[in-house]
Design a protein around this ligand. Structure first.
Ligand code: ADP
Ligand code: ZN
Length: 536
């Protein structure tokens, strides 16, 4: 009978287990439940494939692998076949006859690993099959891949994953191993609760991807900035550029093509064949830049993606980590680059506010967004912040923009107080809230039609912030919104247009009182001036 070590060598051709794999594998072979958190490329598959083979040889029967990704299922089953392992999948791509054949092979004990889409577990037919195997003692274990999909707090909630919550009751004693590459503390707790993994061994690897360099720049003209980034640092490299909307994906792909890059669009609104073709080209050809929505990426295993760029900000750190994690799976230097601006804050806030979700849910989403905003505004090590969010302590990394070029910071406390006072005075004077443009005009003492219309030139704060540039004030605004010291208030005009205005929040008080310091990254233009003067 084979041991885990001999299976690793003889079936998979590897000398030794990597990191926590050995501990996980022996825990699962012994029949324990496990929750495995391991970054992309860490080697999650072996954590259940090796136990599946060993347990099958012990006469315990078939392992069911639940996976949401059809493409990945096909790849894995193909690779297992090549290694001489009996594996099969059940999903919507099979005909009735093919499904029947797989089911029969399962019943006769001919399958070691059976990959199934989660929705199968909602079908009486499949459950009936599992019941039969269970009664015969031939249901060896369950592996639940992409386990964060069970959590509504995760960034990729899939309702069909809820079917998995009954496995431990229906098939008591059958070990379960849940695996994910992304889960913050909240999502992790949710997975444990939903899947009732309280007793499970938890195996948490470091989430650090040391070969990925993190860079977050202030957004001015994202398209031009991206082009410069690619041209100066990644000419000819394969990369993914994430955009918020389908329209933006198509525009950007076109612009990059016009600039001579091999760029392709990918989003869920394109015909299936187009998507497939573009994905295939990305995988097979060199140097393709895929402009995509988040519909692209999960389960795409391309080792030499050299950069992942975000021209729009994702929803939260988990999404950011997952998406940037697609860079540099081969361990060679890779780059995560994001352009981020005031509009991103406003848009993301609005999407949460306008979603039909319950208030408690929105509250959690706002908290998650705030954590990402803090990462974007950070003037210290990005990696430390990122890992800290996943509960990991670390020291400054030396491989992020802030470590490599410590940003000049300026004390924006005074500017922030003046800005908040202006919002307060304007509201006091006319019981209305205004957008960023008007507030900045009042603060900087600009004589505009709107200023005169409302008589705002007579406010005590009019022109109080004249010494600050517009760029500086935008930085202040961004940070105040990011930290919740300033909020957005939606207003609908007479013509039916709705827009966002600025409103004070309970968090404004500390800044107004001068109790909270506001440290800001120096705007790029003045930072450049400063460095030019510096060497003497
Ligand atoms: P994940 O699912 O965590 O993203 P995979 O299971 O796809 O990662 O593994 C990533 C890569 O690492 C694969 O190419 C796999 O063959 C390889 N790998 C995993 N474990 C080992 C090991 N112990 N020794 C050598 N290579 C390994
Ligand atoms: Zn760093």
């Amino acid at each position: 009978m084979s041991t885990a070590q001999s299976v690793l060598q003889e079936v998979f051709g590897y000398d030794q287990f990597r990191g926590p794999q050995a501990a996980i594998v022996s825990h699962v072979i012994a029949g324990g439940d496990a929750l495995v958190l391991m970054p992309t490329g860490g080697g999650k598959s072996l954590c259940y494939q090796v136990p599946a083979i060993v347990r099958q040889q012990q006469g315990l029967g078939v392992t069911i692998v639940v996976s949401p990704l059809i493409a990945l299922m096909h790849d894995q089953v193909g690779a297992l076949h090549e290694a001489g392992v009996d594996a099969a999948f059940l999903n919507s791509t099979l005909s009735y006859e093919q499904t029947q054949e797989v089911e029969l092979r399962m019943q006769t004990g001919d399958i070691t690993l059976l990959y199934a889409a989660p929705e199968r577990l909602n079908t009486p037919r499949f459950l009936g099959l599992l019941d039969g195997l269970y009664e015969a003692g031939q249901l060896s274990m369950f592996a639940i891949d992409e386990a964060h999909c069970v959590s509504q707090w995760g960034h990729d909630f899939r309702p069909e994953y809820r079917a998995l919550t009954v496995l431990h009751e229906r098939y008591a004693g059958v070990p379960r191993i849940a695996l994910t590459a992304t889960a913050d503390a909240l999502t992790r707790a949710d997975i444990v609760e939903r899947l009732q993994l309280e007793e499970a061994g938890q195996f948490v690897s470091s989430f650090d991807r040391p070969n990925i360099r993190y860079t977050i720049v202030e957004k001015k003209d994202a398209t031009a900035q991206l082009q410069r980034f690619i041209q100066t640092e990644h000419q000819g490299d394969a990369g993914v550029v994430y955009c918020q909307s389908r329209k933006r994906v198509e525009e950007l792909a076109q612009t990059l093509q016009n600039a001579g890059l091999s760029a392709l669009p990918y989003h869920a609104g394109l015909p299936v064949e187009t998507r497939q073709r573009h994905q295939d080209r990305f995988l097979r050809e060199e140097g393709i830049v895929m402009c995509a929505t988040i519909a692209f990426g999960m389960g795409i295993d391309k080792p030499d993606v050299r950069f992942v760029a975000h021209v729009d900000m994702p929803k939260n750190i988990e999404g950011y980590y997952q998406e940037t994690g697609r860079a540099g799976r081969d361990g060679l230097p890779a780059h995560a680059w994001m352009a981020y601006g005031l509009n991103d804050v406003v848009n993301q806030r609005r999407m949460i506010d306008e979603s039909p979700a319950e208030e408690t849910f929105k509250q959690v989403m706002r908290g998650k967004l705030d954590a990402l905003l803090a990462l974007a505004e950070a003037t210290d090590c990005r990696r430390q912040r990122l890992l800290g969010y996943f509960g990991e302590d670390s020291t400054p990394c030396g491989n992020c923009d802030n470590c490599l070029n410590p940003p000049a910071v300026w004390d924006g406390t005074d500017a922030a107080r003046k800005l908040l006072s202006t919002i307060y005075r304007v509201h006091e004077a006319c019981q209305l809230t205004f957008g960023t443009g008007h507030i900045m005009d009042v603060l900087r003492g600009k004589d505009t039609e709107k200023v005169r219309q409302y008589g705002h030139q007579s406010l005590s704060t009019f022109g109080l912030g004249a010494q600050y540039s517009e760029a500086q004030l935008r930085g202040v605004l961004r940070q105040l919104l990011a930290t919740g010291a300033l909020g957005l208030h939606k207003v609908t005009s007479d013509s039916g247009h709705s827009f966002d205005t600025l409103a004070l929040t309970p968090g404004s008080r500390a800044v107004l009182r001068g109790d909270a310091q506001v440290m800001l990254r120096e705007a790029t233009a003045s930072a450049a001036k400063r460095t030019r003067k510096a060497p003497q």
